[in-house]
Design a protein around this ligand. Structure first.
Ligand SMILES: *[C@@H]1O[C@H](CO)[C@@H](O)[C@H](O)[C@H]1NC(C)=O
Length: 370
């Protein structure tokens, strides 16, 4: 007993070690506590985005006044720093402003493949829901209307889808190439969560030739599903329209009918050196060729779409593993389901479950593409 008492005194080496250690732990604890208090009080209120070895992006957010916000936006414009997040980006974030800030930094043009018969039944509901989060939206059709729609072909029908896709990209290249950083194609029955598109592309340079979508393979061809939507960098659109479209060896001509547009776009992009990016988060897919029900419940999926199992590029995962928490799109979405998804994604939340919310003073880790 006497021995153990002696061990805790200053005289013995073990005692000194013990006291050193205890004081060290206490001091660390106090400093951390004071640091966190200062943070809470808003005294430590300036943060920068730091890109950590370009693998993960740590965003530290904080409350600022409107003046700071205006100033930061003015700086952004002056530097022309659109399209990419760099080490020097200073974020000014208030309430739910992370997505707002992302939408200022990363401009995405969405173009919707539609036709005159679908305007009042489908396109109008796309217009009323998710496309409001695009930086620019264009409805591509075979007639110019004040919907507005743009005529990029003169005939409708499945046989003319390739010509229509070509026409859409040619129109965009001519009029909108410098007005956006990324260019997303979707159908009038695709639902897209734009915040998650921006999350995906945020670590890539739009001046690099790359595109993302749901990867399929068929008859030895690798491509991305047209219905789940795909997103091209500015450079990819440039190469597609200025190089691939000009050479019938690289890409089928506009007069070619009856060819699947998504397979052909995949071939054209590959032929001009555009890389297919991995759009998954970890091993989970983000672009989905079906509605959530069919993605989640394998039996309902299997009955309807057997081809999907052999066509999917990566092994198909069942149940909740079908889909990333940061899912980007669903296909075959009816107009009614557009509003249902809008509610489920942006409004509905279980009380007390934190990850659904984005309050001020949060730290958000954006995971890297693997
Ligand atoms: C499309 O949405 C915009 C913005 O919400 C709205 O102003 C416009 O009237 C809508 N167009 C149609 C045809 O519904």
């Amino acid at each position: 007993m006497a021995g153990s008492t002696r061990m805790l005194t200053w005289e013995t080496p073990t005692g000194r070690l013990f006291i050193n250690f205890t004081v060290g732990v206490l001091l660390g604890f106090v400093l951390t506590h004071v640091g966190l208090k200062l943070y809470d009080l808003g005294i430590v209120d300036k943060f920068h985005v730091s890109v950590l070895d370009r693998k993960s992006l740590l965003l530290l957010t904080n409350n600022h006044g409107d003046e700071d916000q205006a100033e930061a936006e003015a700086n952004d414009d002056a530097e022309g720093s659109h399209g990419r997040i760099t080490n020097s980006d200073y974020i000014v974030l208030g309430k739910d402003a992370l997505s707002h800030w992302m939408s200022q930094k990363i401009r995405i043009l969405c173009w919707i493949m539609t036709h005159p018969g679908n305007l009042q039944t489908k396109a109008i509901h796309v217009n009323a829901t998710w496309v409001k989060r695009c930086s620019t939206v264009l409805f591509m059709s075979s007639e110019n209307t004040d919907f507005p729609t743009i005529a990029v072909v003169d005939h409708e029908g499945r046989d003319h889808l390739w010509r229509k896709t070509r026409g859409a990209f040619e129109y965009i290249s001519k009029h909108y190439l410098d007005k956006a950083d990324w260019f997303l194609k979707a159908d009038d029955d695709t639902y897209v969560i734009m915040e998650n598109v921006r999350k995906l592309v945020s670590l890539y340079d739009p001046e690099k030739p790359i595109f993302f979508g749901r990867r399929f393979k068929s008859f030895g061809r690798k491509y991305t599903s047209g219905g789940a939507g795909y997103v091209l960098s500015r450079k990819a659109v440039k190469l597609l329209t200025e190089d691939a479209f000009k050479d019938t060896k690289l890409c089928k001509s506009a007069t070619h009918v009856g060819y699947p547009e998504d397979v052909e776009i995949g071939r054209c992009l590959k032929n001009v050196g555009v890389e297919t990016g991995d759009s998954r988060t970890d091993i989970y897919e983000t672009f989905h060729p079906f509605i959530p029900e069919h993605m989640l419940v394998p039996s309902s999926l299997l009955k309807k779409y057997r081809w999907y199992y052999s066509l999917n590029f990566y092994p198909v995962q069942k149940g909740p593993k079908c889909c990333s928490d940061y899912s980007i799109s669903f296909h075959y979405v009816t107009p009614d389901m557009m509003y249902w998804l809008e509610y489920m994604v942006y409004q509905m939340r279980p009380f007390g479950v934190g990850y659904h919310t984005c309050p001020s003073n949060i730290r958000t880790m954006i995971e890297p593409p693997s």
